[in-house]
Design a protein around this ligand. Structure first.
Ligand SMILES: [Zn+2]
Length: 435
């Protein structure tokens, strides 16, 4: 069965925009793309879906998120000025106040929000990896679930590493064509050096994708460069000995082998030119999270410099506990404006390429595509579809999300899951957390 999606604009991203274009989908693949009249003639008997005043483009990629924390949207506003207190309240809520089913519901609600915003693929870091993977699969979202690992105390490195391997085994048994398993040593200040070395070696040996928070906050930089600051004091209070590497996060991660895994590194705010060159040379990917970085007051990553240097970059929302929405079009606008505000011109085309992370609409490509309505008052008139997407649209304008050839979001409803039942459960979880 072939379906043809047609719209005023089709943006292959890898090629020029097509006005009055169409995309033909057969099974899990794109069978053809071109002017509507040509595609309709080429696939007689196909089901034709006319989306009219809309833009069809490759699915958006959320390069850094924690869908399991979706129930914590707006829960940590009072702690935002103190990152240490913020992390502690978040950890207590997740580990002590949410059941495994709460976590799965929270992640599924996040997955619904993602597909509603035209996100077809996520890089999701999770402490409860199995629950997150089940949630992604329920909703039909593509992605990698990175099982998190914690442990700042070097004496417990081996023990914590064994715990990670047990969770990872469970996760890998649940892998599917759409959702794969990865590993995520949480951050340089929550995982000690020996544990980072063990996890890097495992990822290399098993060919596992690896994600990590890196160079995010001043407290992290102070701990790594000088052995002082809020994180250092927190470790001292717990009588944890910490060997101060006296270098930047990126150079430290190179030293402990993390950069040998072509990792995905979230934030990368506190990086200098030497670090940027190291990121490029090691083919590390930066998950740029401009809104989360701004909201928590961590600063601004050098997005334009990454692009100019040829560093691989994707856009991440981070968790909605710090953002508060999972919306990559908003993230794209914010990234572009923030760069320009700092005097570095980034084009809408560049940001769109980053937001779709190498995805393209071409014959033979996987059928992950979305349609964004461009008929809104806030989008009219539209002279250029890319500018309309980046500067005048948000995830709320998305009208269709197709993942692996399947319509996961259509006509205002997520088709794969009972959203009303989920909404009721999310409210119940929030009431428990609030009480
Ligand atoms: Zn994060």
């Amino acid at each position: 069965m072939t379906t043809i999606y047609s719209a005023r604009w089709v943006l292959p991203v890898s090629a020029a925009a097509i006005e009055h274009g169409a995309v033909a989908v057969e099974g899990q693949r794109i069978a053809g793309i071109g002017p509507e009249t040509e595609i309709v003639a080429k696939f007689p008997g196909a089901r034709i879906e006319s989306l009219d005043e809309a833009v069809i483009l490759p699915g958006l990629v959320n390069a850094h998120t924690h869908l399991e924390l979706t129930a914590l949207r707006g829960y940590l506003e009072k702690e935002e000025a103190d990152f240490f207190a913020w992390l502690r309240k978040l950890t207590i809520a997740r580990l002590e106040r949410m059941t495994p089913d709460d976590i799965r519901v929270s992640a599924a609600w996040g997955a619904c929000e993602a597909v509603r915003a035209g996100i077809t693929c996520v890089a999701d870091a999770s402490d409860s990896g199995l629950q997150s993977m089940l949630a992604l699969q329920e909703v039909g979202l593509r992605g990698v679930v990175y099982q998190e690992s914690f442990g700042p105390d070097a004496r417990l490195a081996q023990e914590n590493f064994e715990k990670l391997k047990i969770k990872l085994r469970e996760l890998r048994e649940q892998e599917s064509e759409l959702v794969r398993a990865g590993v995520s040593p949480h951050a340089p200040y929550t995982v000690c050096g020996p544990q980072l070395e063990l996890i890097a070696e495992l990822a290399r040996f098993e060919g596992l994708p690896l994600m990590m928070h890196a160079a995010e906050s001043e407290a992290e930089e102070l701990l790594l460069r000088e052995g002082c600051g809020a994180f250092a004091e927190g470790l001292a209070r717990r009588s944890i000995e910490w060997k101060v590497p006296r270098m930047s996060t990126i150079q430290y991660l190179k030293q402990v082998g993390i950069l040998d895994t072509q990792p995905l590194l979230a934030h990368c705010i506190r990086v200098d030119d030497n670090d940027i060159e190291t990121l490029r040379a090691t083919r590390s990917t930066v998950a740029h999270c401009p809104k989360s970085n701004a909201k928590l007051g961590h600063g601004r990553a050098p997005f334009a410099k990454f692009l100019a240097a040829g560093v691989l970059v994707g856009l991440g929302s981070d968790s909605v506990a710090s953002n508060n929405t999972c919306d990559i079009l908003e993230e794209a606008r914010f990234a572009t404006l923030l760069s320009r505000a700092a005097g570095a011109h980034v084009s809408a085309e560049d940001t769109l390429r980053v937001a779709t992370f190498g995805g393209q609409l071409s014959a033979g490509a996987q059928a992950d595509l979305i349609a964004v309505s461009s008929s809104g008052v806030h989008q009219t008139p539209a002279y250029d579809p890319v500018a309309t997407l980046i500067f005048a649209s948000s995830g709320r304008d998305v009208i269709l999300t197709v993942i692996d050839g399947r319509e996961v979001y259509r006509d205002g409803r997520v088709t794969t899951i009972d959203e009303d039942r989920l909404r009721a459960r999310v409210k119940e979880i929030a009431a428990n957390l609030h009480g």
